[in-house]
Each structure stands twice: as C-alpha cells, then as structure tokens.
Write a protein that binds this ligand. Structure first.
Ligand SMILES: [Zn+2]
Length: 293
C-alpha cells in the first residue's frame, strides 16, 4: 500500500452526531511519513492503535488532554484513499467533547473533500504489515484476522427485528467508493429512547441517520443502490433500508482499522462494534510485538 498526502487544504463544518455541537475539520497536507495527526485546542493526537479506543457509540482518539470523538468515518475515507500523511485540525465551539462533524452520516462527504483537495502521487512507504492469525472473542461477538487476500467482512446480527446481513468487500478504493462510503450511520428504533436519555445522538437527523424500524411489520424489500442514497433529500424509508446498516458496520470497521496503518490480509468480524474492532486491533498489535515499549 502506498501513501499519499493532500495537494491542498480543505474544510468541512457541521455538528457532532452525539454532541450536537458545531465543529469543523480542516484537512492539511503533511510531510511524507508524518502519519495522521489530530490537531486540537488541547494538543495533538498522533493516530496509532495506542491513541484510539472505543467510546460511547463511536471511536475516540486521545492523547493527554486532547481527545477527538467520532473520527471513524473520516479515517475510513483517508485510509481507503491512501491519504496516510495528513493533519486533521478539529475545532469545536463546545466546552465538552470535541467531535468530528457527522456531515451526511457516511464517508461520502469526506471522500468528496479529499477529492476537492486533491492527492499527491503515491509515495513508497515501509512494507505493509502482514496480518498475523488473530482471533478475539467478546460477549458481543468475535473477530478474526489473518494473512492473505485484502478483504474486509462483517456479519451483522441484531437478532429479531434486525438489521442482519453479511458483506465481504475487497479493501480497495474502488470498492470503498462503490459499496461502502455512502452507507449512513443508523440506530434501531427501539434504542432511540435510551440513546436520547443518555444524551447521545443530539446531532442525528433523518438525513444523516437511518432509523431501523424494529417495529416494522415487513422486512426490507429492495436492495440499496448508491444512487438512491446519494440523491439529495432522500430520506430513510422502509423500502429503502435494505442492507445500508450492514454496509455502515463495514465502514466503521474500515475506519477503526486505519490505526494499524498499511497492512495486507483479511479481517472478518461477527457482530462488529467499536469495542470489538479495537479489541481486534489490540490483539493484532500484541501479536506483532507492537505492545512492547
Ligand atoms: Zn459509524
């Protein structure tokens, strides 16, 4: 896997999906091999498996007093497009959580921002990490990784009421653009009240978040197509739900794996969550000796 940076800076502003607070991100070119760095008012967070962890309904990167929540959709776009050297300045007007804006709820807006900024030609980097054979089991699910083909797979199973489904994609930019980047974040209808009570999802709207109708009388019928969700003003509907949440789980996994940097190999996660994704990352880091000082 080669690595690139941006040709210029690009800015996007919106609100955090959990905080509901205005925030903005400015992506800036960085020196070759500088890696991904989050620049906040409280300090700098270099992206690595040591600085990333699962938060409440999102991932969080943290170093000292500096922390940024919900970076995963942006990270998925950067990783899929090989933009591995970049400064991510995050500005938030809120006193609390600094959160990457949710924008359209998926990664399409970040891909568009990267395309707008332009990318340098690929630069050769160190050889990619070859994934070791790793297996992680938690109460919620399981994750496996190993050397070989560059594929990501998720098996989503929320039980009765769904969403449920499996998806395997090649880990290429083309596959990301076609099958993954447009899938919006989602919440199960029956979980909405608890989410609101916990003070989360304050920035969620019908445009950026799919509400999965757990009380629906019918199963989703139609298959999703990218054009449907990319069309402006399209709202979630029973007929349009299909496998978008499954694809979003794969999008989140793609973003959470960005902390590993370039790698080759396959990953399969059954009932993925940010906690499970990060547990897998920690197991991979441990297996390759990355947990040593
Ligand atoms: Zn997500």
């Amino acid at each position: 896997m080669s690595r690139r940076t941006l040709l210029g800076s690009v800015r996007r502003a919106g609100v955090g999906v959990h905080s509901g607070c205005p925030s903005e991100v400015i992506l800036r070119p960085a020196a070759s091999s500088a890696g991904v760095r989050f620049l906040t008012a409280d300090g700098i967070v270099p992206l690595s498996w040591r600085t990333a962890a699962a938060g409440a309904g999102c991932s969080v990167v943290r170093s000292g007093a500096a922390a940024v929540a919900t970076p995963e959709h942006l990270l998925a776009a950067l990783f899929a497009l090989e933009v591995l050297d970049v400064d991510v300045e995050v500005r938030s007007s809120s006193a609390g959580l600094t959160e990457v804006p949710i924008l359209g709820g998926a990664a399409s807006d970040w891909v568009a921002a990267i395309d707008e900024a332009g990318r340098t030609e690929p630069q050769p980097g160190p050889p990619p990490l070859s994934l070791p054979e790793v297996e992680v089991h938690t109460a919620g699910g399981s994750a496996h990784a190993g050397p070989g083909s560059d594929t990501l797979a998720v098996d989503v199973d929320f039980g009765a009421g769904g969403p449920t489904g499996s998806l395997t994609v090649e880990r290429t930019e083309a596959a990301f653009r076609e099958h993954v980047m447009w899938a919006r974040t989602f919440v199960r209808e029956e979980d909405v009240a608890a989410l609101v009570a916990a003070g989360r999802g304050r920035g969620a709207t019908p445009e950026n978040t799919v509400v999965w109708p757990t009380s629906a009388l019918h199963a989703p019928e139609s298959r999703a197509t990218p054009s449907r969700y990319n069309s402006p003003g399209s709202l979630p509907s029973a007929a349009g739900l299909s496998d978008e949440p499954v694809r979003h789980k794969l999008l989140d996994l793609w973003g959470d794996l960005a902390v590993l940097g370039p790698f080759c190999g396959w990953v399969r996660v059954r009932r993925p969550s940010h906690a499970l994704n990060h547990a897998l990352v920690a197991a991979i880091a441990s297996a390759v000796g990355g947990d040593q000082p």
